[in-house]
Design a protein around this ligand. Structure first.
Ligand SMILES: [Zn+2]
Ligand SMILES: [Zn+2]
Length: 279
């Protein structure tokens, strides 16, 4: 399942081995980074290259935690419904043992990378789980380094399975997506990728054009993204790493967007010293 695939050693995104660019476009973009020495390195993925633990983070929601390997260390999620499973974001690693564990949870119906940084080994996961369609936001399809054989180009908002909806809210990338699911308790879960990132305090979120390079979105865009998310009812929010908000997440997103707009709009400049006020 790994034949013909090469990965960027820095970001972990997969490429066609035969048509490698000179530099990984994902890393060369101002949202990501090349290694400090500026040298592009490629990696041959191997099934035994990393360990992957499949951990239940709440009832019917699993995190795929990678130990070792290449890339930025995203934590893909698998949600499990009576109509099948959905993988949101894709690890930059694959092992036969992890494939077997994920397959045991039920038939995989869709693999949905929230944005191009999360492309990972998605064609390998698709093939290993039975030619699962990989959902690619049409607006961001130009970032694909390897075109999935089973690709579902999508726009806007679409029902993935009964009770599971994917929506492109934009911001971080034009097609940046979130996936909403009712959750086992019906209170609602938002898998938010990098579209809405939970902060270390576990109570607030942020809205960035670039995470590693910390380029913020405008207040207007943060408010638009938050309003897009608030169409859904959700109690918990999980980003594409280990961060999460484990209660009251919808309110947290709305108040965080208002805070972001206030700070980026200069409302709190009086708190920033040294001489205090501009002008
Ligand atoms: Zn890269
Ligand atoms: Zn990202």
């Amino acid at each position: 399942m790994l034949r013909g695939i090469t990965q960027c050693a820095t970001c972990g995104v997969e490429y066609d081995a035969e048509t490698l660019p000179s530099v990984c476009p994902v890393c060369a973009d101002e949202r990501q980074y090349l290694p400090p020495d500026g040298v592009q390195r490629w990696h041959q993925p191997a099934e035994a290259g990393a360990g992957i633990s499949v951990v239940e983070v709440e009832e019917r929601l699993f995190a795929l935690r990678v130990d070792g390997g290449v890339g930025i260390g995203q934590e893909a999620k698998v949600l499990v419904t009576d109509h099948g499973s959905v993988m949101v974001d894709v690890p930059a690693a694959i092992t036969a043992a992890a494939v077997e564990e994920v397959a045991k949870l039920g038939p995989m119906r869709a693999i949905i990378p929230s944005h191009p940084h999360m492309f990972g080994l998605q064609t390998a996961w698709s093939a290993a789980l039975g030619d699962v369609p990989v959902w690619i936001a049409r607006a961001d399809a130009g970032w694909l380094g390897r075109t999935p054989a089973h690709r579902h180009l999508w726009d806007g908002e679409e029902e993935v399975l009964p009770g599971v909806v994917a929506a492109q809210l934009g911001g971080h990338f034009p097609g940046s997506a979130v996936v909403h699911w009712g959750g086992a308790d019906g209170q609602g879960v938002l898998l938010s990728g990098d579209t809405i990132a939970p902060n270390p305090d576990g109570r607030t979120t942020t809205f960035m054009y670039s995470y590693p390079n910390r380029i913020p979105l405008s207040g207007a865009v943060a408010l638009r993204v938050a309003d897009g998310a608030a169409r859904f009812a959700f109690d918990r929010l999980y980003g594409n790493f280990a961060g999460a908000i484990l209660g009251g997440a919808r309110d947290a997103v709305l108040t965080s967007a208002a805070r972001h707009a206030a700070w980026t709009g200069g409302e709190h400049d009086d708190r920033t010293g040294p001489a205090g006020m501009p002008g």
